[in-house]
Write a protein that binds this ligand. Structure first.
Ligand code: SF4
Ligand code: SF4
Length: 177
């Protein structure tokens, strides 16, 4: 006899699987290692970010990528928590390039227009000034007063070209930053 659905389970949105997602991740550099993850959890237990965030579990993200849970991964804020410290890569017994997989997932998220506002702001600052942070005039004056040399002048046309090539300028404009 089939078990009846509880009220709670009726309200749960079913997970949509995309069978092509794993292949999409694996065709990118570093992504091909995704297939060898056997879910030991060493990455999560070594990850400094996971130590401070219960929501961040690289092992779970990798499993979701293997299963093709595209939408949930790419819209999740957790993929942006990786600091690319590579501790997981150093410790993974299967040689999975976890940090690369995370980078690929973020890139796919960006392609789909999913990016936290803070990153578009940082990109916009770099585009306009060459620095991630818009340095106020007062700071420049303070440097002079303290006898410090002026900050290096970034080559803005080269910076803009790099951001254009990476598709960043379109994203910055579309987000109206
Ligand atoms: S340490 Fe490697 S094999 Fe183990 S769960 Fe993480 S990625 Fe998978
Ligand atoms: S690279 Fe990312 S996932 Fe790996 S240990 Fe560092 S923060 Fe965690």
């Amino acid at each position: 006899m089939m078990a009846e659905k509880t009220e709670a389970s009726k309200n749960v949105e079913p997970v949509r699987l995309d069978p092509s997602f794993k292949a999409e991740v694996m065709k990118e550099h570093g992504g091909e290692t995704l297939k060898t993850c056997f879910q030991c959890g060493t990455c999560t237990s070594s990850c400094p970010t996971a130590r401070f965030s219960d929501a961040y579990r690289p092992r779970t993200i990798l499993r979701m990528a293997q299963l093709g849970i595209r939408q949930r991964i790419l819209t999740s804020p957790t993929i942006w928590l990786c600091t690319a410290c590579f501790t997981c890569d150093d410790r993974c017994p299967q040689g999975v390039e976890v940090a690369s997989v995370l980078r690929i997932l973020r890139n796919l998220a960006v392609k789909g227009g999913q990016i936290p506002q803070i990153y578009t702001e940082l990109a916009s600052n770099i585009y306009e000034t060459g620095y991630a942070y818009k340095i106020p005039e007062m700071r420049h004056r303070k440097r002079t007063e303290l006898g410090l040399p002026p900050l290096p002048k970034p080559s803005l046309d080269k910076v803009a070209r790099l951001i254009d090539l990476a598709g960043g300028s379109k994203l910055i404009k579309s987000k109206g930053v």
